[in-house]
Design a protein around this ligand. Structure first.
Ligand code: SF4
Length: 455
């Protein structure tokens, strides 16, 4: 058995479990912890303290994940408990147990269909009261999506409750807003809570490996018999997903303004993040929220404050506009930070974003992965560059685990991809997006362009 997949003992988690503060996960670059503040937000002083702790005990990098969790890497078995103590001293209570996620602007968003906070609290209490916690698998999650600007369309969950225009909540399982299977409609919070807890109980009865996709379709009507049948026409219109749509300023209730910034490829140095936190503190901002889409939302009292903080973020090279090309690229740490990495993924991603601006018109997603594990983007991407012992592989419409179409020597992979990008840009027809051009040009011509560029 590979050392990295060996189940860990002594408080360290096995692979697949949530790498919480008390149970770090071993990765290619040491131990990793993922934390979510119970309050959903941090004060600037807490964020600055977290940066110091990441610098002292970890590898000096802070990440925000696609689901909006804070991630610290490079901890050791000796430093991880010290990091946990530092988090305690900062009085950051971290969420444990089954995640019940709401939108980052829940309760503040004027476009929200329903405030999900009360229902999410009812579900958390219900899980605890029913003793479901230890019976459910570590990856089981619930989304309570109130809709509006911070809708959680792209966030996958075992149980999804989505606020409906026609009042009540749609109950669905196993997927994101586009892929989950709708089971029915709950008229109010109480009925929605009952439905969610019923589904979680069914899952718990099937054992800790069970996920909502494994639920026997025959058993669902019994649990949801009190729900009205879902009508596909009731599905709320997409009002923006949880990704790039919140980058920039957003007007909130009570005349507040949210500033959304994303971390380039989901990471920043602890030093840069601390400067951001201190800048926020200096202009009286006291609420910074990690957000889906590898972002941070600062809740500002005035538009002027939001603009000042945006200026700081820009000088730190954070993503401050929704059309920033870096939002179209996912990249893991790669080499040398991660021992499994064959290529310097984030460095390559930054160079590609810089050199190939015309390719990223918003339709193409590029994934640069240090190895076939594909940590940064488990889903399919338009184009994937993956490091391997055989060189850098090119994959079209797949994941980092798929078999590459062509390889380049890793030293010339940047040049090879630039050649491919130029081929797409020059052959794109007037009525096409870049993604449509990639599909039309096709596998063999793109593999050929990639191969030629690497010579
Ligand atoms: S995908 Fe990247 S971060 Fe994940 S194990 Fe491979 S190199 Fe490391």
């Amino acid at each position: 058995m590979n050392a990295r997949s060996t189940p860990l003992t002594g408080g360290f988690s096995r692979r697949g479990a949530c790498p919480a503060l008390s149970a770090p996960m071993r990765t290619g670059d040491g131990l990793l912890v993922r934390l979510n503040p119970v309050a959903g937000r941090l004060s600037p002083a807490q964020l600055a303290g977290l940066c110091d702790a990441a610098d002292i005990h970890g590898n000096g990098i802070i990440e925000v994940t696609a689901r909006g969790s804070i991630q610290i890497r490079g901890l050791t078995e000796g430093s991880a408990p010290l990091f946990a103590q530092a988090v305690d001293r900062l009085r950051i209570s971290v969420r444990t147990g089954v995640p019940v996620q709401t939108g980052v602007l829940a309760g503040l968003d004027p476009q929200e269909i329903a405030n999900p906070i009360g229902l999410a609290d009812m579900i958390r209490t219900g899980i605890a009261d029913a003793g479901l916690e230890g019976l459910l698998g570590p990856k089981v999650s619930v989304v309570v999506d109130g809709g509006g600007l911070s809708a959680l369309d792209e966030v996958s969950a075992d149980v999804r409750l989505t606020a409906m225009d026609s009042a009540g909540w749609q109950v669905a399982i196993a997927g994101d807003a586009h892929t989950a299977r709708a089971l029915g409609l709950a008229a109010d919070d109480s009925e929605a809570c009952q439905a969610a807890l019923g589904l979680l109980s069914d899952l718990a009865a099937m054992g800790r490996e069970a996920r909502a996709r494994d639920l026997n379709t025959g058993s669902l009507p019994a649990r949801t018999s009190t729900l009205a049948v879902a009508d596909p026409r009731d599905k709320p219109e997409d009002e923006g997903s949880s990704g790039s749509s919140l980058i920039g300023t957003t007007d909130l209730r009570n005349n507040q303004v949210a500033l959304g910034v994303a971390l380039p490829f989901g990471h920043a140095t602890a030093n840069a993040m601390k400067i951001f936190a201190e800048s926020a503190a200096s202009i009286d901002i006291d609420d910074i929220r990690p957000a889906p889409g590898r972002a941070l939302m600062a809740i500002c009292r005035t538009r002027d404050a939001a603009q000042i903080l945006s200026g700081t973020a820009e000088t730190l090279d954070f993503v401050t506009t929704p059309n920033d090309r870096r939002l179209s690229i996912s990249a893991c740490p790669g080499a040398p930070g991660c021992a499994s990495g064959h290529i310097p993924s984030r460095q390559m991603a930054a160079e590609i974003a810089n050199d190939l601006s015309s390719l990223f018109d918003g339709s193409v997603h590029l994934h640069v992965s240090g190895c076939a594990k594909g940590c940064a983007h488990p889903a399919k991407a338009t184009l994937t560059l993956v490091g391997s012992a055989a060189g850098t592989g090119l994959i079209l419409n797949g994941t980092a685990r798929d078999v590459p179409l062509a390889f380049s020597n890793s030293d010339s992979a940047g040049r090879a991809f630039a050649n491919l990008g130029k081929r797409v840009a020059t052959q794109r027809q007037d009525n096409e997006t870049m993604a449509q051009a990639v599909q039309r040009i096709g596998v063999s011509a793109l593999a050929d362009a990639f191969g030629q560029g690497s010579r």
